[in-house]
Design a protein around this ligand. Sequence first.
Ligand code: SF4
Length: 202
Amino acid sequence: MASKVDPNTKIFFLETGWHFKETIDFKDEIVKRLKLTNVADLKADQKTREEFNQKTGNKPYEVNPDYCCQINKVDPLDQALKGLDAWISGIRRSQSKTRKDVSIVEEYQGLFKINPLANVTSGDIWWYLKEHQLPKHPLFDKGYLSIGCWPCTRPVQAGDDERSGRWAGTEKTECGIHTFLKSKEARPKVEAPEEKQEGSEI
Ligand code: SF4
């Protein structure tokens, strides 16, 4: 839809460093096919990321997933949104219980977030893909109905909601990029991990 309005629409891709290879290939295919000309990969501060990965034995998503999402997703997006009036997200109410009340327009301190697909169902999405002969993510047919970073994404069990494979088996349901607009003060507090001591666990 955005490419039809303007293929030069600014698009952000959160390059966390933990994506499935299929996701990167799919993104490249979409960029090429829709002739998108203004796609930016947003990345964590390199030093922060490397230090955290090293401290956690290269398993930051196991040791402190909230901090991992903070440095790899929330902070880079926060940075990229500086100076903008508004941004658009594709989140939908039917994706999960945590998204069932999402508004079509949100605003925090002058920055608008627009969720034009809030009322759209997964059935509508499939109809649109078919109608416009658009490709689907290659992992969808393997049961992945919502796809994030590979360490934190599992296929969805029959009857569960679309996002149940994200951080499955934990209390975590959102990375933070869709919850921060309500109020920065209301964001869950995420602490940097302690320095690792010799012979101790983080
Ligand atoms: S989804 Fe997992 S791997 Fe990706 S940034 Fe969050 S915790 Fe890290």
